[in-house]
Design a protein. Structure first.
Length: 342
């Protein structure tokens, strides 16, 4: 039986995230009243994962991420979901230790053997990350969904928060933008095999370099680009600071085919949702720029800031690691807008 998973869900991948404004409404009034001294990072800063300090200087990283299908193939869906979830540990600068699965499945609509393929895809990515898929939980749902809860470890001094950028920092990005556009093209039956393989290549590449970046003192802040898009996650990095980001449009790495689809107005509905939440903080977006800058990514790249005096050192390090990267902008004193595209 051939099953196209994206036809069973309203939104695809990280595009199914609850809108930022709605999420904030949910969390308002849910502020934790009990203090846990060992909880170094909770949900106060919208960071990628929670971090809890142990007694020996090591810290535990805990995160979970799951979503509805971004592709039709079950095995590929499992791979993308696992890669996306594990990324949150790397985005903190940590090392993943193990994962457990979260599976929601419409058992009356899609055969169990298709769900089995999803789990097998996740196992393949976990094996690449060097961690066990050690268990999980499943429920009967109206739409298929899958993801992981991931546990990692990190030394306290290596933790990379998302909002610890400093003035003059250089911004780096390790994957091109446009994943949400390609996934929408797939759902509409427009994506050819070449571009599907491109989509799969980007979304199943582990952000494992994040573990090494965590140990570098001159990396000041780090996150990964997912459902709120490049602009949304950059805004999170700037939140609570007196700083802005200047982004050079020509320096942003873009998937060429995604740009072509954007000109045909092929993009996720949640791109507009992101734009509505973010546009008042952004200057320099013109014409169809928002389709790329606010595109909800799934298993996107790491976005991190590096002290300017170590720029050459970072370039050399990333090249030696054979790590794809682009230098996309700079952190500057506060402007009228938090992000300025030039």
């Amino acid at each position: 039986m051939s099953v196209k998973l994206t036809q069973y869900s309203k939104a695809s991948g990280c595009g199914c995230k609850i809108a930022p404004a709605v999420l904030q409404e949910i969390l308002n009034g849910c502020k934790q009243t009990v203090t846990f001294k060992n909880l170094l990072i909770g949900n106060e800063t919208k960071d990628d994962a929670a971090v809890y300090e142990l007694n020996d200087g090591n810290c535990i990283i805990s995160t979970t991420d799951f979503f509805t299908p971004i592709v039709d193939d079950a095995f590929d869906f499992g791979k993308i979901s696992a890669c996306n979830a594990i990324s949150d540990v790397y985005a903190m600068g940590g090392k993943p230790l193990m994962a457990v699965a979260i599976l929601g499945w419409p058992v009356d609509k899609i055969p169990a053997e298709v769900a089995q393929q999803v789990i097998k895809g996740a196992q393949e990515i976990c094996n690449k990350a060097g961690i066990p898929l050690a268990g999980g939980h499943s429920v009967d749902t109206q739409e298929p969904l899958f993801g992981l809860a991931v546990t990692g470890i990190i030394r306290k001094e290596h933790i990379k928060k998302n909002n610890s950028v400093k003035e003059n920092d250089i911004l780096y990005l390790t994957k091109p933008l446009g994943i949400g556009i390609l996934s929408t093209a797939l759902k509409r039956g427009l994506l050819n095999e070449t571009n599907y393989n491109l989509l799969l290549s980007h979304t199943t590449t582990l952000n494992a370099v994040g573990e090494t970046l965590g140990a570098l003192q001159y990396v000041n802040a780090m996150t990964d680009v997912t459902g709120f898009g490049f602009a949304g996650h950059l805004l999170e990095m700037l939140e609570g600071t007196d700083l802005s980001a200047i982004i050079k449009k020509e320096s942003l790495p873009l998937i060429e085919s995604a740009v072509n689809y954007s000109k045909q107005f092929v993009f996720p509905d949640n791109t507009t949702r992101n734009y509505n939440a973010q546009s008042k903080f952004i200057g320099g977006m013109t014409d169809l720029d928002f389709i790329i800058y606010c595109d909800p990514q799934t298993s996107g790249g790491l976005l991190f800031s590096v002290a300017a005096e170590h720029e050459h050192e970072m370039d050399t390090f990333l090249n030696l690691q054979q790590q794809y990267f682009a230098k996309v902008g700079k952190i500057v004193p506060k402007k009228e807008k938090e992000i300025v595209f030039i």
